[in-house]
Design a protein around this ligand. Structure first.
Ligand code: IMP
Ligand code: MG
Length: 183
């Protein structure tokens, strides 16, 4: 039986750290959005694991929706192009939208997406990202709710992939260099 844990060089954020942080974020969001029409918007596929955990840590009634936005190809460098592949199913007018993201890296994706969503007359649009790479930022954008800062390394797990794999690792880690050499 193959164990993909063997492909990991080191762990950056453990399963327990993620669990504790998601609980804190859920509590903060529940407090801040009490009395508001909260809609959690997850960007597929990377944010799906975080979304599933975060929505269960939110204790106020809220809606959920999903988008697919193009960002990276199968490699590890940004294409710089942002396109809506799958749009939201619902109207945003009057809603307090919270974008649930896996990682704010260059910030290029969300710096394009946020103004597009704001044109649909929501009450507010904010960002919740479980990871952030501040040293990589190109766009003037920061998460309103943030889990962990990570160094400028390509990370996998907790929804994040390398070549569509490793999303199912329960922690965030860095792959061994030889995994990239195989491609
Ligand atoms: P941006 O550079 O902030 O636009 O990031 C866009 C997307 O790239 C993120 O939502 C992730 O899906 C992906 N991404 C950025 N950095 C990493 C990484 O270290 N590992 C895996 N995916 C990443
Ligand atoms: Mg993503």
């Amino acid at each position: 039986m193959y164990d993909m844990n063997c492909d990991i060089d080191h762990i950056l954020v453990s399963e327990q750290q993620l669990k504790d942080k998601v609980a804190q974020l859920g509590a903060a969001i529940s407090r801040d959005y009490t009395g508001h029409d909260l809609l959690l918007v997850s960007i597929l596929k990377g944010a799906v694991v975080f979304m599933a955990d975060l929505m269960r840590a939110v204790t106020i009634p809220c809606g959920i929706d999903f988008m697919v936005v193009s960002s990276y190809g199968s490699g590890t460098s940004t294409s710089g192009l942002v396109k809506i592949i799958k749009d939201l199913d619902q109207d945003l007018s009057g809603k307090d939208v919270l974008i649930v993201e896996d990682i704010l890296d260059t910030g290029v994706t969300l710096s394009h997406l946020v103004p597009m969503l704001k044109m649909r007359n929501p009450s507010s649009v904010k960002i919740c990202a479980i990871l952030s790479k501040p040293s990589r930022r190109q766009a003037d954008i920061e998460p309103d709710y943030k889990g962990f800062d990570v160094p400028d390394e390509f990370v996998v797990g907790y929804g994040l992939d390398y070549d569509e794999k490793y999303r199912n690792l329960p922690y965030v880690g860095v792959l061994k260099p030889e995994i990239y050499d195989k491609k």
